[in-house]
Ligand binder design. Structure first.
Ligand code: ZN
Length: 163
């Protein structure tokens, strides 16, 4: 169960990632479990499109760990993608429509996971282990991470800085 001070920490992460890293409007964050969270371990998700800008939903039963920073940044990145012509939201498939590997190899997921890892590293000095991900997925996340660091943050000697 998330405590009040942990929710404040999440609000700071959301603000920092939106303003300093993504340059997007800060979305509302609502602490509520919603039916779209279909898997039991799915506790954070974003709705984009429709009439509203975007909303982040977080299951209040979530327990605080650093990985929340990665998960929140991942969701915020999906908002940025929605307004980015390089991504096509109409092609994006939900987890139940694909195999685990196919789902995670979608460009949107690779990009969001790579960005989530960068944000977690920058804000907490720790990084996700990607337990359960296949080598192919991990390699794709690594490649995208290096690309984002170079093109969006001007960091070229990635191996020395973040590996
Ligand atoms: Zn995602």
């Amino acid at each position: 169960m998330l405590r009040e001070n942990e929710k404040k920490a999440i609000a700071l992460v959301v603000k920092a990632v939106c303003e300093e890293m993504l340059h997007i409007e800060i979305p509302p964050v609502i602490y509520k479990r919603i039916p779209e969270m279909t898997a039991p371990n799915q506790q954070i998700l974003t709705t984009v499109g429709g009439n509203s800008y975007a909303t982040i939903f977080i299951d209040p039963a979530l327990e605080w760990t650093n990985i929340i920073v990665c998960a929140v940044a991942h969701e915020l990145r999906h908002i940025k993608q929605y307004y980015d012509v390089n991504f096509d939201a109409r092609k994006y498939k939900q987890p139940h429509e694909l195999t685990f590997e196919e789902y995670n190899l979608q460009p949107e997921e690779i990009d969001a996971n790579a960005f989530g890892e960068i944000a977690m590293l920058m804000l907490t000095d720790s990084k996700p282990r990607w337990n359960g991900m296949t080598e192919k997925i991990k390699a794709a996340i690594g490649d995208r991470k290096r690309e984002i660091l170079k093109t969006e943050f001007g960091i070229n000697n990635v191996e020395n800085n973040v590996e």
